[in-house]
Design a protein around this ligand. Sequence first.
Ligand code: 4NP
Length: 146
Amino acid sequence: MVCLGNICRSPLAEGILKSKLATEGFHIESAGTSNYHEGELPDQRSIDVAAKHGLDITDQKSRPFSQDDFDKYDLIFVMDTSNYQDILKMARDENDEGKVELILNKIYPGENRDVPDPYHDSINGFENVYQMLDESCTVIAKELEN
Ligand code: 4NP
């Protein structure tokens, strides 16, 4: 799960997808396209929205995406088109490129919609992001466990 800062959207996506996978054997992580918040906990508003829905995401620490992640992960979900472009620039070949997908395309196929960056928004923006990610992660979890 990848966003810009790895403190607002992708930590929520990581927590939500983990909570939806009933079987062991999946490794879910999140990262940022920047190192702006490296080592920091998720944003307090993401922590609060997650907690409201019964999820604890306080075990997470922000880290930047690295090229090694293309080797470690089969699927790379990005939150918006800017993240998509940044990650594609790091791809080494078509195999890497093929792993990258906009997360909202799971519920709006082919529409290339963005999960809005809630950083400068109120808690309502974080709840809105939570709901979008929850829907997408329901689809992702079903596909993974099929
Ligand atoms: P995120 O939100 O990409 O969902 O973690 C942001 C967090 C921090 C910044 C931008 C977006 N920032 O510019 O510091």
